[in-house]
Design a protein around this ligand. Structure first.
Ligand SMILES: NC(=O)c1ccc[n+]([C@@H]2O[C@H](COP(=O)([O-])OP(=O)(O)OC[C@H]3O[C@@H](n4cnc5c(N)ncnc54)[C@H](O)[C@@H]3O)[C@@H](O)[C@H]2O)c1
Ligand SMILES: O=P(O)(O)OC[C@H](O)CO
Length: 316
């Protein structure tokens, strides 16, 4: 919708013929965005070759853990100069690879042809054309500028950045911190606890980013602080909502059963922790989220452990 509003012709691929037909005939995606009329320049298809034909940009927005499988089918269909754009905010389980790394590997393209779009961009608000800013990151700044122009609308303001690592980490780790903040909300903890989790969450994200060669400034920007604040404070966030349900006492299976869309942090908390260990970085909130979500640690026990960690200066 954003690309079409900015003047692009958009062909959207979907798996289900019934949903693709609904988009083409009613201009509405009834399952994901009921009540939102899509621009006429958006067409849908179940044929990936049709979606790929002549594409200047291929915007990838599947769950992070399915990207490798999906892209291995799509990559051979793309023109040789297509820029691949990741909207995904996760880290691959097992390999601990960022989405742009998976794209480079599977599509066999240079990092200069891979871009990342991230920032405080809750889909429902954007679909309502409420104002939002974002970041388009690419190692090649001229590519970032082309993508910036392709998605700049009166309600969507993209900035450029060449720090792809920092932008991707900001997007992936904020989902893990939003789970923690959601758990705190579900437990009935107060605003001081939430602000502390957000701030210390940003500290551990920045620590990981610096160890991986990111620029510290990125974490103070839209891809870091911006997305963290939006996701940790919005009831529209799937990650925050997932955490709230856990904090209220639902089991993991019950929480998964009531979650209709992708909450990336649930799987990516494990791959982010994997990354932290590979880079020898301490990420206590991420570790705690893994323990609560995947190892059944009661949130109250986890809270006591976090609060009684050894005392230290703030800047460590
Ligand atoms: N929704 C948001 O507000 C938002 C904002 C910014 C970034 N993102 C990121 O975008 C990515 C996708 O999230 P989403 O919100 O679109 O999730 P979603 O759950 O709403 O939609 C995921 C889509 O992928 C499809 N899908 C699921 N499994 C698939 C598979 N195996 N093969 C092909 N397609 C499959 C689903 O049918 C659905 O259409 C995530 O990484 C998320 O972090 C989401
Ligand atoms: O709904 P969430 O938790 O996946 O968050 C959506 C976006 O990433 C917010 O920027």
């Amino acid at each position: 919708m954003v690309l079409a509003d900015a003047g692009c012709e958009v062909t959207m691929w979907g798996r289900r013929a019934s949903l693709v037909d609904a988009v083409n005939t009613t201009r509405v995606n009834p399952d994901y965005l009921p009540g939102i009329e899509l621009p006429a320049a958006v067409r849908a298809t179940t044929d990936p070759a049709e979606a790929a034909e002549g594409a200047a940009f291929a915007v990838l927005a599947v769950p992070s853990q399915t990207l490798r499988g999906n892209l291995s089918e799509w990559a051979p269909l793309l023109p040789s100069d297509t820029v691949l754009v990741s909207l995904m905010k996760g880290v691959e389980l097992g390999t601990a690879k960022r989405m742009s790394e998976v794209i480079e590997e599977v599509a066999k393209v240079s990092p200069d042809r891979v871009a990342v779009l991230t920032g405080p961009n809750l889909a429902k608000e954007i679909a309502d054309r409420q104002p939002a800013a974002a970041v388009v990151a690419c190692r090649d700044e001229s590519v970032a500028k082309r993508l910036q122009a392709a998605c700049h609308t009166p309600y969507f303001r993209p900035y450029t950045n060449t720090d792809v690592v920092g932008c991707e980490l900001g997007g992936a780790v904020k989902n893990v911190i939003a789970l923690a903040v959601g758990i705190a909300d579900g437990m009935g903890l107060g605003d001081n606890a939430k602000a502390s989790l957000i701030t210390r969450g940003l500290a551990e994200t920045t620590r990981l980013g610096l160890a991986m060669g990111a620029d510290a400034h990125t974490f103070a920007g839209l891809a870091g602080m911006g997305d963290l604040v939006a996701t940790c404070s919005s009831p529209l966030s799937r990650n925050h909502t997932f955490g709230t349900n856990l904090g209220r006492g639902m089991t993991l299976a019950e929480t998964i059963a009531v979650t209709k869309q992708t909450a990336e942090g649930v799987k990516s908390c494990e791959s982010v922790l994997d990354l932290a260990r590979r880079h020898d970085v301490d990420m206590p909130i991420t570790e705690t989220v893994v323990e609560i979500v995947h190892e059944g640690k009661p949130p109250l026990v986890a809270l006591k452990e976090l609060m009684s960690r050894s005392a230290k200066p703030e800047r460590h």
